[in-house]
Write a protein that binds this ligand. Structure first.
Ligand code: GP9
Ligand code: MN
Length: 616
């Protein structure tokens, strides 16, 4: 048998592993590809990471080596498919903290099923139909390669792999100084280094973050954060204490995305009731969601704490032991009774634990409601809101009531129960199902607000209503652009659609109209502190009625204001009005630096449980 055949027979499993796994990772990379980061740039770091894995397999004899590579191939393919499903909904990459937090979407079987694609299973084609055959050939060899040969191959491959991979990491660390240590943008890392390098870095950072937690708090760091907080106060000129002593009814609406407000289909308003209440309220039409991996829980965390979501995973799981200075506790310290209302499982998103941490007197969860009508995930908004009306009326005034709706939850597949809202030729599509779902929820919200109006509650209460996050995920962007007749499907136009409505209804409707201030969920708490004259110290975000900036910061380091949008996913700046890409300049670079500083301060407080160490 000639030398080539012998070589092939000896190492066919290794050669196939390198080719196949590299190919799979590059194919996966195409799902993340953008106009600015091409998959080709992934080849070097990917092949380097694969060769490092292969080099380690040479520690073992052929039989064990082939088995190890087979198992690793299955694990890597499983990670790729899981990352694909996760990216389609969360526009992010799974991280160890997310796995620790529990893949919340998993609780919604239909969501995961709806995000899966038959083609995803092609990632397992080789491990099912080809590798077993290759391994049989390789294991049929009577003789094995010598240990000295194995060690020399291991050393050479490891050296080449590590050297090449180090260069890729080094280049990225120069291009984005804080990215590798903070991982504030996991998509960008994966686009640049590939999924293997990303997950290895994630595991390393997660372990080192837990070790960092044990390190003593740095006084210098706390002083720097204190300085920022001192500058970040609201000047409270407008509407300070204007509703002091009134009740606050805060309604977080599941997947209420801004594009449906005042929109119609076939001449019918999608949200006629909200459109009516928008006219009677202060309506913020440039209000963005800022959630990250924590989904709905991120929205409520930001609203009640004015702190950013965790860089990976959900605060509600990773930092459930922390101290907070949350809105409920603030209200309670100022004579209010407080309660949270949500008709779903109390432990979903670890709410029962976290709401105690936030200082809510009561949490009315699934067990507090008659489960008399289920739509989608659980208790219908109709039943939830009707039963909540009774609970609200029994609360001691003044009170802060925080309600979270449920029915309009992805993938909006309970279409037979949403009522008969005709979506025409959109019927059966994700956006068509969504419009039916949100039309149903709008009807229930209209009933709820009208009843509060009729029974006089609104004369003595402020209502704040907002959407928790987007409804239409990125992989269905074409459906949304088509519905909105938007020809230009640019990144900027997509970003400008990532808004949710915020309406604030005042008791005497003295304050109403469209407010174009650029804001987000991070700004709700400081706005409440100004309106209700509550202490508003050591908070990020701004007061929407006295804004000290028009910038909205997102967890992945991106930001938008009335002039510019910075996409950290591509490290690209845009002019918001023209949609055109613009070169970085010193002022934009300074903004980017400031954004990363603020995210870093918030992360430091979370990681070191340091909220009560500030201002000392
Ligand atoms: C479940 C509901 C959904 O309680 O809040 O959470 P989400 O999946 O949207 O994060
Ligand atoms: Mn949600």
């Amino acid at each position: 048998m000639n030398r080539v055949n012998l070589f092939l027979l000896n190492f066919l499993d290794v050669i196939f592993f390198i080719i196949c796994v590299t190919f799979k990772i590059l194919v996966y990379g195409r799902h993340l590809e953008t106009g600015y980061i091409k998959t080709e740039s992934l080849f070097i770091p990917t092949i380097a990471s694969v060769i490092i894995i292969v080099s380690i397999s040479f520690i073992f004899k052929t039989k064990v080596r082939s088995k190890m590579l087979y198992i690793l191939n299955i694990i890597i393919s499983s990670f790729i498919v899981s990352d694909l499903i996760y990216f389609r909904y969360f526009k992010d990459i799974i991280s160890l903290p997310v796995l620790i937090s529990g893949f919340q979407l998993g609780a919604v079987k239909s969501s995961v099923a709806d995000l899966m694609n038959f083609k995803d299973f092609l990632y397992f084609f080789d491990v099912i139909f080809i590798v077993p055959f290759i391994n049989k050939c390789v294991r049929s060899r009577k003789t094995d390669i010598s240990i000295s040969y194995r060690i020399s191959v291991l050393v050479v491959l490891l050296f080449l792999g590590v050297l090449t991979d180090f260069k890729s990491f080094y280049n990225l660390s120069k291009e984005q100084p804080r990215l590798l240590s903070t991982m504030y943008n996991k998509v960008y890392i994966t686009r640049k280094l590939g999924i293997l390098n990303y997950h290895c870095l994630d595991i390393y950072n997660s372990i080192s973050a837990n070790i960092t937690k044990l390190a003593p708090i740095s006084k210098e760091k706390v002083d720097t954060i204190d300085d920022f907080m001192d500058k970040n106060k609201s000047d409270n000129k407008n509407l300070k204490g204007s509703v002091k002593g009134k009740n606050l009814i805060m309604i977080q609406v599941e997947a209420l995305q801004e594009f449906v407000i005042n929109a119609s289909i076939n001449g019918q308003e999608i949200t006629p009731n909200l459109n009516r209440w928008v006219k009677r309220s202060e309506y913020f039409d440039n209000f963005y969601y800022q959630v990250a991996a924590g989904g709905t829980s991120d929205a409520e965390f930001m609203t009640n704490n004015s702190m950013y979501p965790a860089p990976a995973g959900a605060v509600y799981f990773l930092y459930s032991g922390n101290k907070f200075q949350a809105m409920p506790e603030n209200f309670k310290n100022n004579g209010y009774s407080t309660a949270a209302f949500h008709g779903f499982r109390e432990n979903f998103w670890n709410r029962d634990i976290m709401y105690k941490r936030f200082g809510f007197d009561d949490f009315y969860g699934e067990k507090s409601y008659r489960q008399d009508e289920s739509i989608g995930l659980g208790l219908s908004d109709k039943s939830f809101l009707n039963q909540s009306l009774v609970k609200l009326n029994n609360m001691k005034s003044p009170y802060y009531a925080f309600l979270i709706t449920l029915t309009s939850h992805f993938p909006y597949d309970a279409v037979d129960k949403y009522g008969n809202f005709d979506v025409g030729n959109l019927k059966g599509s994700l956006i068509g199902n969504y419009l039916q779902a949100i039309h149903y929820t709008d009807e229930q919200l209209g009933m709820f607000l009208d009843k509060l109006d009729e029974n006089g509650t609104l004369k003595n209460s402020v209502v704040m209503l907002y959407g928790d996050h987007y409804a239409i995920p990125k992989d269905k962007e074409q459906q949304l652009f088509k519905f909105l007749n938007m020809s230009s499907t640019s990144d900027v136009n997509w970003e400008k659609l990532q808004k949710v409505p915020l309406l604030i209804h005042f008791p005497d409707e003295s304050v109403k109209g469209v407010n174009n201030t650029y804001g987000g969920e991070m700004d709700i708490y400081l706005t409440v502190c100004n309106l209700f004259d509550l202490p508003g110290k050591d908070m990020f975000g701004k007061d929407l009625f006295n804004p000290n900036s028009q910038r909205i910061i997102f967890r992945n380091g991106s930001f938008i204001d009335k002039n510019y949008y910075y996409s950290s996913q591509d490290d690209v700046y845009y002019n918001v009005k023209t949609g055109k890409r613009i070169p970085e300049n010193s002022s934009l670079k300074k903004d980017e630096e400031d954004v990363l500083n603020q995210l870093g301060y918030s992360d430091y407080i979370l990681k070191h449980d340091a909220i009560d160490k500030l201002d000392k």
